[in-house]
Design a binder for this molecule. Structure first.
Ligand SMILES: NC(=O)c1ccc[n+]([C@@H]2O[C@H](COP(=O)([O-])OP(=O)(O)OC[C@H]3O[C@@H](n4cnc5c(N)ncnc54)[C@H](OP(=O)(O)O)[C@@H]3O)[C@@H](O)[C@H]2O)c1
Length: 183
């Protein structure tokens, strides 16, 4: 990592148009959609994308869901937040309990340039509320769920943002990339 190129913490989540990241029973089957958007760009190759990521951070419920549905994080180091003694299902998995500031500032930033917090809403909201996040990348799926688990339900305050980029894809998903601004 170059000293001139500081590491960044990015939240990445996929949400329905009405702001839910999972149904009430935790399902994300709605991520599979049949929409097409003729002016959209093709999605990035998943393997090439994984090469750009230094490490992932997930909450324990997201970890358990990922193990159940198919591991999406490749061999990228993945830090799981949990107070429980969960088994490490892969060599790339590490655990952390307690203070997220200690995780980010003492374990992650000295080693990784691109730190991606990929859910769930409990962990993403907690990181944002604690001021640990530089960027938010929200992919909006072409679906309304009506009910479910909100994207950010623990913020309790206003957070100004700067819009960095917007990308629309051929599958109808829209990616919004925001930079978190200081108050
Ligand atoms: N649409 C998307 O982009 C997306 C992305 C990710 C997940 N999801 C969905 O979101 C759901 C899970 O989200 P969630 O908000 O319920 O849970 P989560 O954020 O994945 O996990 C929360 C759990 O992590 C552990 N934890 C959190 N902070 C901690 C800390 N500082 N120290 C130690 N442990 C800590 C606690 O569990 P324990 O201590 O009990 O282990 C806590 O209950 C799933 O349904 C998943 O499919 C959707």
């Amino acid at each position: 990592m170059e000293a001139t190129d500081p590491s960044r913490v990015t939240i990445h989540m996929v949400s329905s148009l009405d702001g839910f990241v999972a149904t009430r029973d935790g399902s994300v089957s709605w991520l599979e959609t049949s929409d097409t958007y003729e002016h959209g760009v093709a999605g990035e190759d998943p393997e090439a994308f994984l090469e750009t990521i230094g490490c992932f951070v997930v909450g324990s419920r997201t970890y358990e869901t990922a193990l159940e549905l198919g591991w999406p994080y490749g061999d990228v180091p993945t830090f799981v937040l949990s107070h429980r003694a969960l088994p490490a299902a892969r060599e790339s998995v590490r655990f952390h309990a307690g203070d997220p500031e200690a995780l980010v500032n003492e374990r992650l930033k000295p080693t990784y340039r691109s730190i991606w917090v990929v859910g769930g809403s409990t962990v993403a909201g907690d990181f944002l509320r604690r001021g640990l996040v530089d960027d938010i990348r929200l992919s909006i799926a072409p679906v309304v769920l009506g009910d479910g688990m909100p994207f950010f339900d623990r913020i309790r305050g206003e957070q100004p943002l700067h819009l960095r980029d917007v990308t629309a894809y051929t599958n109808g998903f829209v990616d919004l990339w925001y930079e978190v601004r200081a108050h």
